[in-house]
Design a protein around this ligand. Sequence first.
Ligand code: FAD
Length: 644
Amino acid sequence: MSVVDRQEWDVVVVGAGGAGLRAAIEARERGARTAVICKSLFGKAHTVMAEGGIAAAMGNVNSGDNWQVHFRDTMRGGKFLNQWRMAELHAQEAPARVWELETWGALFDRTQDGRISQRNFGGHEYPRLAHVGDRTGLELIRTLQQKIVALQQEDHAETGDHESRLKVFQECTVTRVLKDGDEVSGVFGYERESGRFFVLEAPAVVIATGGIGKSFKVTSNSWEYTGDGHALALLAGAPLLNMEFVQFHPTGMVWPPSVKGILVTESVRGDGGVLRNSEGKRFMFDYVPDVFKEKYAQSEEEADRWYDDPDHNRRPPELLPRDEVARAINAEVKAGRGSPHGGVFLDVSTRMPAEVIKRRLPSMYHQFKELADVDITAEPMEVGPTCHYVMGGIAVDSDSAAARGVPGLFAAGEVAGGMHGSNRLGGNSLSDLLVFGRRAGRHAADHASTRAGARPRADDAQVDAAAAEALRPFSAEGEEPADGPPENPYTLHQELQQTMNDLVGIIRREHEMRQALQRLAELRARARRAGVEGHRQFNPGWHLALDLRNMLLVSECVARAALERTESRGGHTREDHAAMDRAWRNVNLLCALTDPSGGLAATDAVRGQITLTRETTEPIRPDLLALFEKDELVKYLAEEELYE
Ligand code: FAD
């Protein structure tokens, strides 16, 4: 039996991005002793990369905005597959969460009359994104971090120990959620620097680990996005919802190769940037789908007038939801009208004076100048789609953020599914983190208080099994002599990324996804022999070998669900089923682990590790449906839903 440090907490939050920190603050404020664990340094979570802003219907720039309009936009963006109660709560509570951030010290950009400024973004009817230049995520994390330090100072004043009620374990990776029977009993993890194992026992665990983008070759996501939380939930017995929906942001850098995929914020288009092909044509006018025809300008003149007079003109088609713009760019490049490096042109230089560009888009100016030697105040950028966000995630209860089927498990932020339906609108993630982070923290603390008398336990057998699993890469060799030598985790990761990019990427085809599943099965078999040299002290190869389990699990979910959904909707585009099909509007796809004992079954190329089931979504509440015109609902809802 390995010697493993054990500590007891009430709530453990896995992840210190916006969702995790907001959950931890709430849990601590409700009296729960709360631990936060994160892979990176405290304050360096992926959320710091968020650029454009946080969506909240405060109505500061256009008084026509309110939660109902935000709700409508979110449902349209998600093509009505959103878990509608989440979309409702999100639209209602986001303004309070932004104002709360301000009371905690966040410094947002202001309007001329001193209110929090709000900017335009794709799919949002009114200017709605509160922002701090194009570095909003940094300010959000800085503020939450500051709030945590303030709480720790309060605790120090009372108990003499800063970390008595709220402690951050940074540079640590969780590899298993532990259970007592059906219930959560804690987590198993290791310190990345020393490699030492530890167990935090707790009756409530909040998963807030972010996304999955590192399974794809071209991505805007950071190194942390290996789908850990998705996999932890699956392994603990909780299903994942609608994993086929992966957002490809339309504008990532395409050149030079070393920076391919890095995000070019949507604020560039929100602030007036336009997309052109190699013939100089503003091509987005050719790609406005029927469901959005009445809401978008038909001519360049009308689109340009909208920036000054949004009440009497329709918005430019560059501000369609991301899935539409990404598909349009893809089509232009495929038709041979792309830029020299396989993207299209995004131009602000002819639309705004240089000093305005530098003031409103400082990070973009520096990013292009330093990484590509392009001066965006004088020349266009070259951009193309990049894997950006996963709409699919842990299936949760809308109100409490409780994961389905595993008492004590909660999820919030990008790792949770449902809120964004088939496609997320820009800015709706940062607001999602705060709204559902807070809810997860509150319900986790409440759950923990109900278990105070009889805490669930993490038995030694589970801890030993988790330790053995984590140590496996140090003794990796085939179970049979014929299996061959250990595999290099970096090679496996590259092959996985290439497979997902090529075969389950922005445009999907049945035969390619079948091929992907076959390759994933082969990679899974090889990954069992992923081997590393050296020891447990900071060993990136070992970390990657462990992350591979998660990326392979999640990738299989994406591929299986994408194969099953025979329509195109939001972040899931099938070349062989090109239209959105109303019959699929009320269908959720759930992925669960085939081997519910939590062990990873040996390779089964045919069945894989995942069982997929369909379920019918809960009918949308009539008062929420009444917020839409009937003519619009006809485009989305299935026949029987309209009848009802
Ligand atoms: P994260 O902030 O990613 O935090 C995840 C945390 O989990 C990290 O602390 C990580 O270390 C930890 N973790 C992961 N795995 C483990 C493990 N196994 N053990 C322990 N800890 C673990 N959205 C908007 O709304 N507006 C924007 O303007 C915007 N701009 C963006 C710009 C870029 C470049 C990118 C990439 C995304 C942008 N997004 C934006 C999306 C948004 O930033 C993310 O969806 C959001 O920040 C996710 O937050 P989170 O709290 O769920 O996860």
